[in-house]
Design a protein around this ligand. Structure first.
Ligand code: C2E
Ligand code: CA
Ligand code: CA
Ligand code: CA
Length: 278
């Protein structure tokens, strides 16, 4: 009725206002958080499906603010993008994470460190040159770096994205397409873009036991990846049986809470020691 409608629209306004206020506060605090390097990396292991041993880590970032509490990466990445600060964010995260992960690479505990690239970065001319300079300064070999890109970064300016990705790949950086199986997943992009890996989205992994068709779809995606000479990674593996289905589907790499949540550098160092002694 009328009254219900009014209550609902009032609630909508309050939610919208709340979200708007939070966004303003995030924008207010982000520049200082970047300057003071308050955004920190966490690491999630990526394991081999066959051996269940770690082969790499994905870097995710975390920001805890005394007033805002835990700010989710999708919140501050969006704000940083709109404010033209996303390059600063990614540089900060790369610098900190590379330093922490370097001993893991040098000891051979893992083979690669995977970073999330903001769509804005990938289309910016000169991005590859800047990123390669950062990699050189870190002392890590480019072949130990993987860059996870979103398909949305390929929509806007395909030619500059392609140039950046080609340049990075020439130097040995691996390129992974994140969130495969969601959104626009466009088959043409798989042929057109310089890629090494596909990451099967966690929404497919979580549906694998609920619907037979989802398992069939994942099996087909793995076959498609193989036909295109791409490595496959399944993200969001939360249970032993999801892991078994993913392994059975022929997907060679996986990650998710079942193995480990994203961990601080210190906790990851301990986790890798444990894994090596098993
Ligand atoms: P993503 O790259 O798809 O990362 C996977 C997300 O799933 C992460 O959320 C991770 O913590 C979460 N996750 C990992 N294992 C599991 C699982 O088993 N089950 C479930 N349900 N979730 C799992 P997070 O850390 O909140 O990051 C969200 C998104 O924000 C990321 O999605 C990535 O696109 C972006 N992001 C995070 N850190 C950075 C960053 O430093 N730079 C950029 N550009 N983007 C970032
Ligand atoms: Ca990712
Ligand atoms: Ca993903
Ligand atoms: Ca995602």
């Amino acid at each position: 009725g009328k009254r219900g409608g009014r209550a609902a629209s009032q609630m909508f306004d309050e939610n919208t206002l709340g979200a708007y206020r939070r966004r303003l506060q995030i924008e207010e605090k982000l520049p200082q958080a970047l300057e003071q390097a308050l955004i920190t990396p966490v690491f999630q292991p990526i394991v081999s499906s066959g051996t269940r041993q770690p082969i790499g880590v994905e870097v995710l970032s975390r920001w805890h603010d005394k007033d805002l509490g835990h700010v989710r990466p999708d919140e501050f990445v969006a704000a940083a993008t709109d404010m033209g600060l996303v390059g600063n964010l990614d540089r900060l995260v790369f610098k900190k994470a590379a330093k922490i992960a370097k001993p893991w690479i040098e000891s051979g505990e893992i083979g690669f460190v995977s970073f999330n690239a903001s769509p804005m970065d990938v289309v910016t001319p000169g991005y590859a040159t800047d990123f390669l300079r950062e990699i050189a300064a870190s002392g890590l070999p480019p072949s130990a770096i993987c860059l996870e890109i979103l398909e949305s970064s390929l929509v806007e300016d395909v030619s500059s994205a392609r140039r950046n990705l080609n340049r990075l790949r020439e130097e040995g950086v691996q390129i992974a397409l994140d969130d495969y199986g969601t959104g626009y997943s466009n088959l043409r992009a798989l042929l057109d873009m310089p890629l090494d890996k596909l990451k099967i989205d966690k929404s497919l992994v979580s549906g694998i036991e609920e619907e037979d068709k989802v398992l069939d779809l994942v099996i087909s995606l793995v076959q498609l990846g193989r036909a295109l000479d791409l490595t496959m990674v399944a993200e969001g593996v939360e249970t032993a049986s999801q892991g078994a289905f993913i392994e059975g589907a022929g997907c060679p790499e996986m990650q998710g809470y079942y193995f480990a949540a994203p961990l601080s550098g210190q906790d990851m160092t301990a986790w890798l020691k444990d894994a090596a002694s098993e």
